[in-house]
Design a protein around this ligand. Structure first.
Ligand SMILES: C[S@@+](CC[C@H](N)C(=O)[O-])C[C@H]1O[C@@H](n2cnc3c(N)ncnc32)[C@H](O)[C@@H]1O
Length: 224
């Protein structure tokens, strides 16, 4: 491991805004985000697979009255978001270092108001379908942790993942108010993304790849 990476890991251990294994709060945080960490009752937004945390930091900056949590397994990436939030004095941003598969262990039922899935790994192999973040097994976790009426947003460059996600979402009767565009920047949904761009997004835009976007809600009545 490079020295730089070790320095980042050391910073992460010292940064209060990173909740990760080995810290006392990591074991206690489920159901207690607002009480133990943010110390307010503001709505909680998640960014799944946040990478360097541009969306998390961007949302926290735009919405000081909301609490934003970036989730990623890579400590060296969330280091960037953590430092940006610290430098910007953003008390309403935090980072959780876990596998997204563990969400259930860190958020109680209806603890979350909104979820952003930003440029997730597309997992193109058939045998990896269950690892796509719009697979029904993830949707059922989102359903449990989201408040009624909570929106889930997806941004992606990947046409196959977008089409797969639309196929899944349109086949499930508990999905509501689905809106989508295969070219966000030439769409009337443009205002939904608050003008925030991630590192991956900038790369795809430079290559001329249209950004696909969708959002939906999960009915609290019918989800199995
Ligand atoms: C393609 S990158 C996108 C990063 C960022 N959202 C962006 O748009 O710049 C996908 C990110 O998801 C994270 N990731 C992928 N699968 C994950 C999982 N199961 N649990 C936690 N993080 C995951 C990776 O570590 C990576 O940082």
């Amino acid at each position: 491991m490079g020295r730089r990476k070790l320095d980042k890991f050391r910073d992460n251990e010292l940064s209060d805004n990173i909740i990760q294994p080995g810290k006392e709060i990591f074991e206690k945080i489920k159901g207690n985000w607002n009480q133990l960490y943010f110390r307010n009752q503001h709505p909680v937004i998640l960014e799944l697979g946040c990478g360097k945390g541009e969306y998390t930091v961007g949302l926290a900056r735009l919405f000081p009255e909301k609490n934003v949590i970036g989730i990623d397994i890579k400590g060296s990436r969330i280091w960037n978001g953590s430092q940006a939030a610290n430098n910007g004095g953003l008390d309403n941003a935090a980072f959780l270092r876990i596998q997204i598969q563990q969400l259930d262990q860190f958020f109680r039922e209806e603890e979350v108001d909104e979820i952003w899935i930003t440029f997730p790994d597309p997992r193109p192999r058939d045998r990896d379908e269950r690892r796509r973040l719009t697979h029904p097994r993830f949707l059922s976790v989102y359903y449990r942790i989201l408040k009624p009426g909570g929106w889930i947003h997806l941004k992606t460059d990947n046409a196959a993942l977008f089409s797969y996600s639309l196929g899944i979402l349109t086949s499930l009767d508990y999905i509501h108010n689905l809106e989508y565009t295969s070219d966000l920047y030439h769409s009337n949904l443009i205002n939904n993304h608050h003008g925030i761009r991630t590192g991956y997004e900038n790369r795809f835009l430079e290559e001329g790849t249209p950004i696909k976007y969708l959002r939906f809600q999960i009915s609290k009545e019918k989800c199995s």
